[in-house]
Design a binder for this molecule. Sequence first.
Ligand code: B12
Ligand code: SF4
Length: 491
Amino acid sequence: MDSKPTILFIAIIPRDYSPYQASAYGMERTFDLLPHKYAILALVSWLRAHGCEGHYVWINEANDEEGMGIIDKAVELIRPNAFGLSLVTEEMVSHYKLIENLKKHYPEIPVIVGGPHVTHMPEHTLENFPLIDFVAIGEGEETLHEWLLKTHAGQGKWEMSDVDGLAFKDQLGRIVLTKPREQIPNINFLPDPAYDLVHDPEAPKDNRAAFPLVCSYGCYFNCTFCSVEHGNYRSISPEKLADRIEWAKKEYGVDYFAIRDSFWPPTREWLNRFCDEIEKRKVKIQFHFQTRANTLTKENLLRLKKIGVKAIAIGVEAGDPDILKSIKKSITVNMARRGIKALNDVGVFSIAFFIFGNKGENRKTIQASIDLSRELNPSIAFYHVLYPLPGAEAFDSVPENEKEWWMGKSPLPSICDLPVNDLEKLATEAFIKFPLRWNYLGQQVLGGKLSLEFRKITTRIFFVHLRKYILGNLERVGIFRAIFRGMKPKR
Ligand code: B12
Ligand code: SF4
């Protein structure tokens, strides 16, 4: 056998997929590369650096004939030893349909899945999605490499028990969990992600596309609504990030970067080193990122503005101090006030995120969040209803008979005093009422704080939610239900 051990990653990227409804807000081109899993790029680059090969194709839907044709062609061409999928909770059901199709055509090729969902639910995955052969638990670089070598060598399940971080069913149908995989101590030495997998070399250079970057694994904090790997936060160095940015500019002609970490920068000292690098190298960039309310000082923001930051989002989450405490966000209302004020003072487009429906919430606490959002007066506020995802502490509060809501077995559950319908209605109302205030119109719009580009975006966001609100109300009236169903904005 002289070919390299090879895996073919497959994903479903719906034609209308738009993170944060980006395309509904008129920003399609700006988010071109985002629907793709960064994990696939990271895993393939690791495999390539270790004598293996990884490829990636994506299709539009599970039962898409054209898509199966793409997969057939890829299989014929590269003869993979395995199929790989990287999945979040909301993709499990749709991607399992794809796995069923794969197994019909290629019963002999093993399927391995990884990602945050299966990491938190390995046994549930194997029991409920029986055509999945292997689950990779936790960080996948070494697990996938060791597993692929054995698979390529023709070794079956009985020889996989010494590969750490795996779950599978043995010959007797019993679930085996191997030793937990140790996390990578230093991620700075990981090779650059294989961006070439998602980049079309024929495409004209596009200086408006947002180029995605992820700088960290893990998180310091334990917010109850969040299902990241809590603990053991690690980041690449500021110098490495500057290298990657310079390389991407040259290789792909991009100018705009989307730093996708749950929070960035890791520390203020790290940020200063990053700004030093960008200034020293005279790299011209624009970028946005998400941070925590208490990470950045005004001085940090002024420096960031100088090197090209366009927008910064802060997860404020709640306006009621007791709720804020109970969700373990490790911030206070005053920190949120200082954080957003600093952004507004410096003149960076500021985004505040709120979640409705954490444990203990009621109309009063939600009103406190709405009041706080108006008081903070960011350039835009987002109000989301809580999705209690496997892996998040909030999931423990979901009643046992609703824990499989994400499989479509029950509606989205509420873990607070209000039903989900009420939470959604409150969120939509909050969205549309937010900009309709003198304080906002005066400062952000007439006061000229919003640039033309962002004025367009916020206007679109307003109309998307206004439409949702009107359709939601009309839907309650029977005769309009059928007429408007087809017109709902797609998620
Ligand atoms: C960047 C990011 C995005 C980006 C890019 C999407 C992406 N997944 O790359 C955008 C903004 C588009 C996005 C959107 C969404 N995201 Co997101 N996102 C993240 C974030 C911040 C980083 C993920 C990342 O790339 N990490 C770096 C890579 C290298 O690590 P990794 O993904 O964990 O993968 C490692 C292992 O899991 C494993 N692995 C992963 N896949 C596979 C596959 C195989 C075969 C193997 C062997 C191993 C393996 O190996 C990898 C390397 O060690 C995480 C939070 C976090 N800090 O992890 C949330 C996170 C993944 N997102 C989450 C969610 C919920 C979403 C959305 C559903 C939000 C929404 N409502 O729209 C969408 C879904 C989009 C989608 N289809 O993926 C949740 C998922 C929770 C869950 N239980 O599934 C997370 C964990 C955040 C959270 N709040 O809990 N997201
Ligand atoms: S919400 Fe942000 S800070 Fe909190 S645990 Fe998740 S990633 Fe960490």
